[in-house]
Design a protein around this ligand. Structure first.
Ligand code: SAH
Ligand code: SF4
Ligand code: F3S
Length: 441
């Protein structure tokens, strides 16, 4: 019987996509996927280290597998991704039952590293600072038949003082737009109708290729022109680099969805400066307004960090004010977590964890009510939904997303297949999803 593998993914969409490549590589080696880590021969953890609890969860889960490995001594445990890049040999030393540790630049070498561990029985650690083989050239086992991630750049050239990503993913490297468009064409030929373009900062796409031209806007137009593509999304744009050309391209291109993820991080200008974000609250709100007025029905999400070092009650009040003014449709909210080696980790931080939790609660209460109001505004409207499959909370319903990216649960007569488009009438709204009836057309 062929060896079975199981991949467990932590972190952002880049990691989800990398995991598809890990699965593709292992299948190309003749292995097959299993949903259960305990009976897998090869367990791969694709890790994240953006916040400290991500580190802790990973070490907990890897540790929990030690007992399974004792029962099945042939099991190989592999750790890749951002935490592997950060902790490297330290991770191997801390978790002695791990067989292979590989960094973010070493994905293509996974089969070879695994073979080395198989042959020697020793731990194999491979962490480099540069990518030899572009991961986009690797085979990929897509999770979805109709939606796909497409990498447009890897790494990040910014220096947000809280963020560990540049140190674990390296400087920004863009793919050639011709290669990206060709990949989208191949995906469409394979039945894909929705692509999400991925980069840490998609707005600076191509700066390493041609510093002056608004290449991201050009790329959006080129992807939109691919015959058969119905929906184009992208994440994440950095507010400081959101150019008018990009907003124009979003407005002009029929397939580019009315959705924008625009990470605010904080509302206080003093904190934004300490974060090195390159904009102030006024500029952020102006860009948001420009996008909203050019793109009718734009759905906007954001990221916000509470409790950055030195954040005062007044600073936090400024965040609440901007959140109130911006009226984000949804937000990912985080309590600041110091990351070793980042500039912010060395800053004075007198605010107590309890105070930060209390601020976090005030922020999420406010945003939840705004999110709910935003969803309530959709009640009575008709939306196009791309069907993902049966609803997880109620299998008698189907789930899908609107062009704005809102989650919809709708009644299902069993005839509607994943990957199809249906129109629905929204009947009611919760803070994080909509309920709807499939419209009669
Ligand atoms: N490249 C993306 C962000 C990737 S990290 C971008 O710039 O939009 C995703 C989010 O995690 C960030 O937007 C930020 O809100 C949060 N984050 C990053 N580092 C953090 C830290 N040290 N503590 C808490 N949240 C953090
Ligand atoms: Fe991190 Fe800032 Fe780069 Fe995003 S733009 S990955 S937050 S350094
Ligand atoms: Fe985490 Fe790495 Fe993404 S640190 S958020 S998996 S780039």
């Amino acid at each position: 019987m062929s060896r079975r593998f199981h991949v467990r993914t932590f972190g952002c969409q880049m990691n989800e996509h990398d995991s598809e490549r890990i699965a593709g590589l292992l299948e190309a080696e003749g292995m097959s996927a299993t949903p259960d880590a305990a009976d897998a021969d090869v367990v791969v953890f694709n890790t994240c280290c953006i916040r400290e609890n991500a580190d802790q969860r990973l070490y907990g889960q890897v540790g929990a597998l030690a007992a399974d490995k004792e029962r099945n001594p042939g099991m190989k445990i592999v750790v890749g991704g951002c935490l592997a890049q950060k902790d490297g040999a330290g991770l191997a030393a801390r978790a002695g039952h791990v067989d292979v540790v590989f960094g973010t630049h070493n994905l293509a070498e996974l089969p070879e590293l695994l073979a080395r561990a198989d042959a020697s029985g020793n731990q194999v650690v491979e962490i480099t600072d540069e990518t030899a083989v572009s991961p986009s050239a690797l085979p990929s086992r897509r999770e979805s038949r109709h939606a796909a991630w497409v990498t447009i750049s890897v790494g990040c050239d910014n220096s947000c003082t809280f963020c560990i990503v540049p140190s674990v993913r390296g400087p920004e490297v863009s793919r050639r737009s011709g290669d990206i468009v060709r990949e989208v064409e191949m995906l469409v030929a394979d039945g894909v109708v929705e692509v999400t373009l991925l980069g840490q900062n998609v707005n600076s796409y191509g700066r390493d290729l041609d510093g002056r031209r608004p290449l991201f806007a050009e790329l959006l137009r080129a992807v939109d022109a691919v015959d058969g593509i119905r929906r184009v999304r992208f994440t994440s744009p950095h507010p400081k680099d959101l150019r008018p050309e990009t907003i124009e391209a979003m407005a002009d291109c029929a397939s580019v969805c009315e959705q924008l993820h625009l990470p605010l991080q904080a509302g206080s200008d003093r904190v934004l400066a300490a974060m090195h974000r390159g904009y102030n609250a006024e500029r952020f709100l102006a860009r948001l307004e420009a996008a909203r007025s050019a793109i009718p029905d734009l759905t906007v999400s954001t990221d916000i960090i509470v409790g950055f070092p030195g954040e005062t009650e007044d600073d936090f009040a400024a965040t609440l004010e901007v959140v109130e003014a911006a009226q984000f449709d949804s937000a990912f909210t985080f309590v600041y977590s110091p990351r070793p080696g980042t500039a912010a980790a060395g800053m004075d931080d007198p605010t107590s964890p309890e105070e930060k939790q209390e601020r976090y609660k005030r922020l999420t209460d406010l945003q939840d009510s705004i999110s709910w109001r935003s969803n309530l505004d959709r009640v009575g409207t008709r939306e196009e939904v791309l069907v993902e499959g049966p609803s997880k909370r109620d299998p008698s319903r189907l789930s899908g997303r609107t062009r704005g990216g809102r989650l919809v649960h709708a009644d299902d007569d069993g005839t509607i297949t994943p990957g199809s488009f249906v129109h629905v009438d929204v009947t009611s709204a919760a803070p994080h999803y909509l309920l709807a009836d499939v419209a009669g057309d």
